[in-house]
Design a protein around this ligand. Structure first.
Ligand code: GDP
Ligand code: IMO
Ligand code: MG
Length: 432
């Protein structure tokens, strides 16, 4: 078995990556985030206690792990400090265990403003972003107008950079949205304090991960968002602004692809999405009524508290995202949510204008028009929550899992039947 494992979302995010990372962290020494920011929300339940992570890798709960926030991420410093405070509150110590790349970009107040104001202005065609300033921060990065952690921790550099870029940002705020803009002095005052607080954690993450890899110590890469939110290959423009695929790990952590090893794709036993955009297998109102409500199924967004849209498992989508990630194993989450369903549908094909199509549509217009072809499988109508070994699963549940493996041609390595750590059926140890 390969040493390093990448845990990637195979749908539109919220697949249960946090739980999987937490489980695997017991055996990993290093856990690293390559992209995204506090648009992510990863929930973990340990002995009835709920932890929510947005920026800090979910592996931090294990005392011996080292956690890294890579150069490809975007960091809202106030948010990160709040998350650190939450850990202290739970007596989880992270000094010399949490490292931030100086190359990561900083989310500034004008990024959040631009995100929220542009969404408001778009009206019905809004993306449905998290409003956390993620997109505008990545825009500035690519436009070479960004401010990085390296500058944040040096007040004079922070001021010089801000003086160079804020004029243009304020013009954008004023001209497009009638907003009065932001002041250099105020941002410098507030962010200098953040810089001071975060400086002890800024470290050469890239070199540290390379050294860990050379020493043969297992590394876990924690994906954020999901493949169909990828800025290039997702359901554009209803996507996030970073590369959410396994390939993004190299770019976002400065970590060579030859050492990535196993790509574990995380999928729900059904499909969800938050925010706007096409969703071929989305439930009708009557189908949704068959399911437990959003609170009991834990389908309220961790980051924004929005109800997630829900639908049947889409094997066409899954096969496509397995391809985009080169996923060689799957973690199948939330099987328990299907426990009460009489008849389970699984999408096995797409029809467009009456004809079966072979490739995943590249435009939102087509994806909105596809008609899913379903295969119907009998439900098992009994609780799976307390089952810990595969053999004890109801035969129809096994049939559903086998059908998925057959359709997507990738083995399932773990099955999750509840939010807690122990509600997990292991099919293969993943890390040895
Ligand atoms: P992530 O963004 O991929 O880490 O996923 P989230 O944490 O945002 O959303 C997944 C939600 O489902 C969380 O509330 C988890 O606690 C919960 N969850 C994860 N696995 C299971 C499972 O197997 N069964 C149930 N019922 N809930 C689960
Ligand atoms: P995790 O890591 C689900 C979605 C937003 C919106 C789109 C763009 O918890 O799986 P953004 O704020 O990123 O510009 O919003 O992307 N989105 C997510 N959906 N899970 C996430 O992260 C998400 N991060 C962003 O809802 O549709
Ligand atoms: Mg989430």
């Amino acid at each position: 078995m390969k040493k390093n494992v990448a845990v990637m979302g195979m749908q539109w995010g919220d697949e249960g990556k946090g739980k999987v990372i937490d489980l695997l962290s017991e055996r990993a020494h290093h856990i690293a985030r390559a992209q995204g920011g506090n648009n992510a929300g990863h929930t973990i339940i340990v002995q009835g206690q709920e932890f929510r992570f947005h920026l800090i890798p979910s592996g931090i709960l294990y005392p011996k792990t080292k956690c890294y926030i890579g150069g490809g991420t975007v960091i809202d410093p106030a948010w990160l400090l709040k998350e650190m405070e939450g850990l202290r509150h739970h007596s989880i110590h992270f000094d010399k265990r949490l490292f931030i790349s100086p190359y990561a970009h900083v989310v500034l107040p004008y990024h959040r403003l631009l995100d929220q104001l542009s969404e408001q202005k778009k009206g019905k065609s809004a993306i449905g972003t998290t409003g956390r300033g993620i997109g505008p921060c990545y825009v500035d990065k690519v436009q070479r107008m960004g401010i990085r952690m390296a500058e944040l921790v040096h007040p004079s550099l922070l001021q010089t950079r801000l003086e160079k870029v804020l004029g243009a940002k304020n013009e954008e705020l004023k001209n497009l949205y009638g907003h009065s803009g932001c002041s250099v002095e105020e941002i410098v005052r507030e962010y200098t304090e953040y810089g001071k607080a975060l400086a002890p954690y800024v470290a050469p993450v890239e070199e540290m991960l390379f050294a860990a890899s050379e020493a043969g110590e297992p590394i876990l890469f924690e994906g954020a968002q999901g493949a169909l939110l990828d800025v290039t290959f997702g359901t554009y423009p209803y996507v996030t602004s970073s590369c959410t695929l396994a390939g993004g790990i190299s770019a976002g952590l400065g970590f060579g692809p030859s050492q990535i090893g196993c790509v574990l794709g995380v999928t729900k036993a059904y499909t969800t999405r938050v925010g706007n955009g096409p969703f071929p297998t989305e439930f009708s109102t009557s189908e949704l009524a068959l399911f437990p409500d959003h609170t009991s199924s834990r389908e309220i967004g961790t980051t924004t508290g929005r109800k997630r849209r829900m639908g049947w498992l889409d094997a066409i989508l899954l096969r496509h995202t397995i391809c985009l990630n080169g996923a060689d194993r799957l973690a199948l989450m939330k099987l328990d949510i299907l426990d009460g369903i009489e008849e389970i549908q699984i999408c096995v094909g797409y029809k467009l204008d009456g004809k079966l199509i072979k490739t995943f549509p590249s435009t939102v217009e087509e994806l909105e028009r596809v008609v899913p072809v379903y295969e119907s499988l009998p439900g098992w109508k009994s609780p799976t929550r307390d089952i810990q070994v595969y053999d004890e699963l109801p035969s129809h549940a096994k049939g559903y899992l086998r059908k998925i493996e057959q359709l997507v041609n990738v083995p399932i390595s773990l099955i999750s039947v509840g939010p807690d750590r122990e509600k997990t059926i292991w099919m293969d140890p993943i890390f040895e």
